[in-house]
Design a protein around this ligand. Structure first.
Ligand SMILES: Nc1nc2c(ncn2[C@@H]2O[C@H](COP(=O)(O)OP(=O)(O)OP(=O)(O)O)[C@@H](O)[C@H]2O)c(=O)[nH]1
Ligand SMILES: [Mg+2]
Length: 431
């Protein structure tokens, strides 16, 4: 797919950002959000010319911001040679169109911008497929309304069933066909990954997934721990494709460590959906390392944003170590102490100086030990909810069917043992 943000040889695309202050979102929060949007825009290769804020009671259904304000921004954009206006919130297709008319330039929203960055970053076939799927899904409803609007405008009643509509049907079908094809291909990728995972399970090495807000230092941590050479850069979404490396703990335990795509506030739902194959590494993990840039003023909001994505993919109940990174950038220990009090398993580190890494390795060893013990369960086939739950919270190592029951050899985090108590046949502690 074509990038939405163009970087011309002569000059970068000039963009103006717009945010809305609402009762539910005060000025300070909006400021942070707009600063992040500016970073996203720069990451996409644009030059930010300025931004504008409107304080509103409720949003305008037709133009998102007020008509008067839109006119004012329009004048500014004309005077300052702005190519594109980017809104911090997702616009409806109608709002997008109306704003295009008033502001007389290209209109994008945060979702389209994030999708655009992902499109520029995708390297592997899987990454490219996932991002194209998300872009098409974002496009499809817009295409529908856009064409619907055109045919009404062009001919109204007389146009119904005419040229416009068949064009609409043709294009929607084309987009839908492509979506179906990508979904099928991604399915194949998922199956292939499941096979790889099965291989890993035979090796019985536990899997830890590094998650966290974009730019928190996930790749830097993986590199520091395993000597991997994943691109670590001060840009948003440096990493799209997962990388897995083996880490040998000082206790001689082996663990597989996966670095994956970063999360962000208002991550488009379609994107989470599209990245399910990549995020499956997270869903399958025995343990999560949640990396936080503790030097960031919005560290706590970023933790919340990451947690909500984890919930969306069904990984919020995983045992988690909170890794408070970049402590070398902190002025005092106030922020670290405050957050360490809030979370059970928390370690302060600097992935660049190495401070705290040995504590983190020790914590990893402690956290992984219980998951190395196996349970053997016998579950009647009709208990499908129990079996589904087992796959959700545990890691199934072996499965045998005989007669009316299924036997499972699984690793289940200790806090979930009670739930399965009636089905436990044997507890085995592995060497
Ligand atoms: N000062 C300091 N900078 C760090 C530390 N860890 C990472 N960084 C810097 O933070 C930036 C982002 O690091 P990455 O490792 O790329 O972050 P990431 O979480 O993988 O980011 P995405 O892949 O973009 O989601 C880089 O410029 C790193 O050098 C740290 O402990 N201290
Ligand atoms: Mg990264």
């Amino acid at each position: 797919m074509k990038a939405l943000i163009k970087t011309r040889n002569t000059r970068s695309e000039r963009v103006f950002l717009v945010g809305v202050e609402l009762k539910s979102r005060d000025r300070a929060e909006l400021r942070e959000s707009l600063d992040e949007l500016a970073e996203l825009a720069q990451t996409a290769g644009a030059e930010v010319v300025g931004d504008g804020i409107q304080k509103m009671e409720s949003l305008n259904a037709a133009t998102f911001i007020g008509k008067g304000k839109a006119d004012e921004f329009g004048k500014f954009c004309k005077a300052n040679d702005v190519d594109t206006v980017i809104f911090d919130d997702e616009l409806s297709p109608a709002q997008n169109r109306n704003l295009e008319k008033i502001l007389e330039c290209k209109i994008l929203d945060r979702t389209a911008l994030i999708l655009d960055i992902f499109a520029q970053r995708a390297r592997t076939r899987e990454g490219k497929m996932q991002i194209e799927l998300a872009q098409l899904q974002h496009l499809l409803p817009r295409l529908t309304k856009f064409w619907g609007h055109l045919s009404r405008q062009a001919g109204g009643i007389g146009m119904r069933g005419g040229e416009g509509e068949s064009q609409l049907e043709a294009d929607r079908r084309k987009v839908q066909e492509r979506i179906d094809k990508i979904e099928r291909d991604l399915d194949a990728v998922r199956r292939q990954r499941a096979t790889q995972r099965a291989g890993r399970q035979r090796s019985n090495w536990p899997l830890a997934s590094i998650v966290g807000y974009t730019n928190a230092g996930k790749s830097t941590l993986l590199n520091a721990l395993t000597g991997a050479d994943v691109l670590a850069k001060d840009i948003l979404f440096a990493t799209l494709d997962p990388t897995t490396r083996r880490l040998k703990l000082p206790t001689n335990q082996n663990v597989l460590l996966t670095d994956t795509v970063g999360f962000i506030k208002k991550l488009p739902h379609g994107l989470v959906e599209a990245f399910k194959a990549t995020l499956e590494e997270v869903v399958q993990a025995d343990l999560l390392l949640h990396v936080v840039d503790i030097s960031h003023p919005q560290a706590e909001e970023q933790i919340a944003a990451v947690n909500s994505v984890l919930a969306e993919i069904g990984a919020s109940e995983k045992p988690t170590i909170m890794v408070f990174n970049k402590i070398d950038k902190l002025d005092g220990s106030g922020a670290l102490n405050r957050l360490q009090e809030k979370f059970l398993h928390a370690v302060g580190i600097s992935a660049t100086t190495g401070e705290g890494i040995s504590t983190l390795l020790a914590e990893l060893g402690t956290q992984l030990r219980p998951t190395r013990a196996f349970l053997e369960l016998r579950v009647p086939h009709e208990q499908s909810a129990v079996i589904a739950r087992l796959h959700k919270v545990g890691q199934v190592i072996e499965r045998r069917y005989n007669g009316k029951t299924a036997r499972f050899k699984v690793r289940i985090p200790p806090q979930h043992h009670d739930e399965f108590a009636p089905f436990i046949v044997r507890k085995t502690s592995a060497a």
